[in-house]
Write a protein of this length. Structure first.
Length: 137
């Protein structure tokens, strides 16, 4: 499988992860900001604040994982985002959709040719970085 085919293969689950992350981040982000404000004014205990911020952070990681999966970057982050999508607390009422997206992404990320595409992209990026360090403009 070449890189173009790998891009085409990861596009679907990556888009699902990204969309689910965005949709779940909006309410959880608002709740996290509200909770932080309540915590700062002493109206809330630490447990509630930590829980809400963790949910918002997991939604944000799902967004990042979807973006990176589309570009075949950060294999570990992509896998972590797919695992977070499978956990019911991270996406709330979107859980049936996030479960589908997470399992789909994990199945795609498990394929040998996709892992090889991530590694090839990483080698390509490291070669570009080495050339830019060797020839500063």
């Amino acid at each position: 499988m070449d890189i173009k085919a790998a891009y085409a293969t990861v596009r679907g689950p990556a888009n699902w992860l990204f969309c689910i992350g965005i949709i779940s981040f909006v309410p959880s982000g608002i709740a996290a900001v509200s909770t932080l404000i309540q915590f700062l004014f002493g109206r809330l205990e630490e447990v509630g604040m930590v829980f809400t911020v963790c949910i918002a952070a997991s939604s944000f990681l799902i967004i990042l994982g979807g973006q990176r999966m589309k570009r075949l970057e950060s294999y570990r982050l992509c896998k972590a985002a797919a695992i977070l999508a499978v956990i019911p607390l991270s996406t709330g009422c979107l859980y049936p959709f996030s479960l589908f997206a997470g399992i789909w992404a994990l199945r795609v990320l498990k394929r040998k040719e996709i892992v090889a595409a991530f590694e090839a992209k990483q080698r390509e990026l490291s070669n570009v970085m080495e050339k830019s360090k060797a020839n500063p403009s």
